[in-house]
Design a protein around this ligand. Sequence first.
Ligand code: M6R
Length: 366
Amino acid sequence: EKNGFDHFMLKEIFEQPKALEKTMAGRVDKETNEVDFPELAWTEEQVAKWDKVHIVACGTAYHAGLLGKAAIEELTRTPVDVEVASEFRYRNPIVNENTLVIAVSQSGETADTLAALRQSKELGAKTLSITNVVGSSISREADDVILTLAGPEIAVASTKAYTTQVLSFYLLGIYLAQKKKQITPEQNAQYMAALQEVPEQMEEILFHNDEIKEYGESIKDAKSVFFLGRGIDTAVALEGSLKLKEISYIHSEAYAAGELKHGTLALIEEGTPIISLLTQEKLYDKMLGNIKEVSARGANVLGVTMRGNVKVTQYVDETCFIPETYSLFTPLLSVLPLQLISYYTSLALGNDVDKPRNLAKSVTVE
Ligand code: M6R
């Protein structure tokens, strides 16, 4: 059932191109190339009514939610809050009938996410769930459901569920923008063409697996690893850091690079591995400035960046190139090397990759 892979996690990482294709199929109108969610059938009036969106989730699903915020705000200019469900549910959130609440959960059974969903319903919000499990509690209780079609995810460390959740948010953002007439047919077509290219671009990254493996093995004895980014790269940094902690048990932190000098820079020492993300063109120079700061303290920096951005190579010790796409969509690609790094680090340490200590696949207690 592992299809020749040594672990479910590796199999699931490699299943991502197919999972994305499946999640996209049936949601794109072949004639107009517009996004269509037959399962939602929201009217323009309904969509116009929502003046606030809340995304609630835990762990990796929360990290997907951070990208959901970026997509919905960028494409529709509607304010979006993202919060971990265990905080949201205990803080008397401002939610009413003009709010859309989106609960994101691979399993559809996470106790805190379910409680946040129930509370939002009681407060009169419209609720939507993005989940991978048909018939799960969260899918049954939400008003509407977008199913990620990733197929069963067995490894505790979430990979293909994350990328299909992120893709669902991009499609949802475009769908909402269409309903609000905030996207031109040309823009629409360009975005859809770019998204349709992603599965193949993922294959290209997976093909260079061996280089990433070497890097993953090289950091196995690190005391601490830092993930840096700016803009949406910060959200991907958080996901890379969680993955690494979860299965390699190495301490790691994700940081918005501009915040470093407000405290965290004190932790950087000779040889500290830094995984930096540089996928947002308008932030390249700012990131390079931050990389200089850590290099000056002896850190060993890996730069994950778009192919063609050779300038980066002068500033970092190692580079991992990913194919080009729209700035908004880069997380679908940049997260792959991070997933693979955590896998190979964990493997080199002899850990139980698929079943890390202290953790469960589905967290049904709060
Ligand atoms: O099933 P859910 O998406 O609701 O699970 C949420 C988190 O428990 C989950 O994403 C967790 O953070 C993963 N093990 C991370 O890889």
